[in-house]
Design a protein around this ligand. Structure first.
Ligand SMILES: [Zn+2]
Length: 99
């Protein structure tokens, strides 16, 4: 049965398509950045720090099963996403405190 571990990595064509999807809906709805709430210029290239990137509302590290769930995607500035991403991966390790 499914053990939930066979989730494709966030890369390649699927990730590109997901980003295109979030850009298209974001542009249509004028969705602001989900992190800083400022408007996003959807005409900027994805490599621009102020351009649109795809943010996982629930981090992939904690919710890998939601990696490919469009309901878990939201537009964010690239620079916001990168800052957030680094912080989100902090402190996930086990704290086995012995006393
Ligand atoms: Zn932002």
């Amino acid at each position: 049965m499914s053990n939930g571990l066979s989730i494709p990595n966030w890369s390649g064509r699927r990730a590109t398509k997901a980003l295109e999807h979030i850009k298209a809906t974001g542009r249509r709805n004028n969705t602001p950045c989900c992190i800083c709430n400022q408007p996003i210029d959807y005409n900027l290239p994805s490599t621009d720090p102020n351009g649109c990137s795809l943010q996982h509302l629930k981090s992939r590290a904690l919710y890998p099963q939601l990696t490919w769930d469009p309901a878990n995607w939201a537009p964010a500035h690239l620079h916001c996403n990168q800052t957030e991403g680094k912080e989100a991966t902090v402190g996930i390790g086990t704290t086995s405190r012995k006393w």
